[in-house]
Design a protein around this ligand. Structure first.
Ligand code: PEP
Length: 240
């Protein structure tokens, strides 16, 4: 199971102080062989976090990258090669917060190709808006996001898909269990061999419901992942 922490634009050097709790938990957790914990902090914390987590088996990733893996006159941007260079092993691409800011499926495809060239593993985020859900076009939307996002990409082992309904991110809402099961099944049937995670308001309470959905390969966790105790609680409960 994958537990991916997306810190978004939160965190300073002080925020690394509580990571030792998660490191300690991982060491003593019986199921740690089946468990992958990946932290995606803001770019400013990738290097110090990688140093802190050295030898811990916890992994560090990034939250986005530019589509060019080469250097260039692009003020304010960071490419996949630079992220890899400071210790990232994964990168989240296509998060709905970035899609909303103008990231298209075509751009997402270029970013994924660039990340793979730099030997970063990719967490591709997909998900429908509330309006699309109401119109009952979720499956078409997800299919399009995957088809265009992964266009001409053969490498499946280095890509995870995170299903994150836009209406569930940061809202406290999660899909009905039968609907989530069906959606994950749909993705897995159409895109075989990809690991599929769920993201959207995962917390220590609703994990008891989510863990019963047995076709999930893990979770992408935003808000709750910034608190080490909550993050550990989610992981523990999902194995109980
Ligand atoms: C996310 O940003 O990917 C996310 C799932 O956020 P939250 O858990 O806060 O809803």
């Amino acid at each position: 199971m994958y537990f991916i922490a997306n810190w978004k634009m939160f965190g300073t050097l002080n925020s690394l102080n509580s990571l030792h709790k998660v490191v300690k938990f991982f060491k003593t957790f019986k199921k740690n062989k089946a468990l992958k914990i990946i932290y995606c902090p803001p770019n400013t914390l990738i290097r110090p976090m990688s140093k802190k987590l050295k030898n811990s088996h916890l992994i560090v990733g990034a939250q986005n990258c530019h589509q060019n893996e080469t250097f260039g006159a692009l003020t304010g941007y960071v490419n996949s090669y630079m992220l890899k260079n400071v210790g990232a092993k994964y990168v989240i691409i296509g998060h709905s917060e970035n899609r909303r800011a103008g990231e298209t499926n075509k751009l997402i495809n270029l970013k994924i190709k660039s990340a793979l060239k730099s030997r970063l593993k990719v967490i591709l985020c997909i998900g429908e808006t509330l309006q699309e859900k109401r119109k009952k076009v979720t499956k078409q939307i997800l299919k399009k996001q995957i088809r265009l996002g992964l266009n001409k990409i053969k490498n499946r082992s280095d890509i995870l898909i995170a299903y994150e309904p836009v209406w569930s991110i940061g809202t406290g809402l999660i899909p009905k269990s039968n609907e989530l099961y069906e959606t994950i099944n749909f993705i897995k049937k159409n895109y075989k061999k990809y690991k599929v995670l769920y993201g959207g308001s995962v917390n220590p309470k609703n994990i008891n419901q989510l863990k019963l959905i047995n076709n999930l390969d893990g979770y992408l966790i935003g808000g709750a992942s910034q608190n080490s105790n909550k993050f550990i609680d989610i992981i523990k409960k999902s194995y109980n």
